[in-house]
Write a protein that binds this ligand. Sequence first.
Ligand SMILES: Nc1ncnc2c1ncn2[C@@H]1O[C@H](COP(=O)(O)OP(=O)(O)OP(=O)(O)O)[C@@H](O)[C@H]1O
Length: 231
Amino acid sequence: MLQAINLTKTYQQHTALNRLNLSVGKGEVFCLLGQNGAGKTTTINLFLGFIAATSGKALINGIEVKVNDPATKKLIAYIPEVVTLYPNLTSLENLDFFSRLAGFRYNRAQLEEFLTRSGLQRDAISKRLADHSKGMRQKVGIAIALARNAEVIFMDEPTSGLDPKATDEFTGIVKSLGEAGKSVLMATHDIFNAVNVGTHVGIMRQGELVHTLSAPEISANDLQKLYLETI
Ligand SMILES: Nc1ncnc2c1ncn2[C@@H]1O[C@H](COP(=O)(O)OP(=O)(O)OP(=O)(O)O)[C@@H](O)[C@H]1O
C-alpha cells in the first residue's frame, strides 16, 4: 500500500530525509521511532503530499504522491498529534461535515456506528469537541478516517500525553484497523506502544532508517536497548 523509494528531502544544505526505502503492506502497522529531528514527520508529510520530495518517490497503492494531488489524498487519512477539527461542533457533527466534504453521506445511525467502532463512548457522541480529552478527539479522527474509507492512515505521535488506559484503548483500536485491512504509518516516541501495536518498527537516525524490525520478534526491552545503541 505504501512505498518509499530512495525518498529524500533536503532543505538548503540540510538533509531531513536521506534515501528512505520502506514499504507498508495492507493490514500492517509500521511504527517509526527516532530522536527529535530524525525525519519521522518529514516522512509522513511527504506521503501526505504536504511537501515535495527533493528526489526519490513516495507511492500510495502504486500511485506516486504529488503535492495536493487528489489521486492519493482520497486514499489516506491523517491523525495529527492533537485532533482539533471544529471545536464548537459535536463529534457527530464533525464526522458528518468531514464525511460530506469527502463525498460521503451517512445517516445518523451510520455516523454513530463509526464513532462507536472508534471507541468513543456514547455520551460523547453529542458533546462538543472543545470539551473532549485528547484521546476522545483522536477517536473522532479515527471515525472520520473510517467514514472516508481511507486505506492508509498516518498518525503523528498519537500516544503522547495519553494516560495509560487511553493508550491501551488506542492500541486496541489501531490493531483493529490493521485487522480490517487498513495500513498504518505512525511516528512515535513510545517504544512500549510501538512493540505492542506495530507489526513493524523502524528506527531512524538523522534522516536515515537504520533498522527495520518485525515487532512480534522483539521485546520492548530489546527494542529499547537497540534504540539507545542506535540514536
Ligand atoms: N521546513 C523546514 N525547513 C528546514 N528544516 C526543516 C524543515 N522541516 C523540518 N526540518 C528539519 O528536518 C529534520 C527532520 O525533522 P522532522 O520534523 O522530520 O523530525 P521528527 O523525527 O519528526 O522529529 P520530532 O520527533 O521532533 O517530531 C530536522 O532537522 C528539522 O529541523
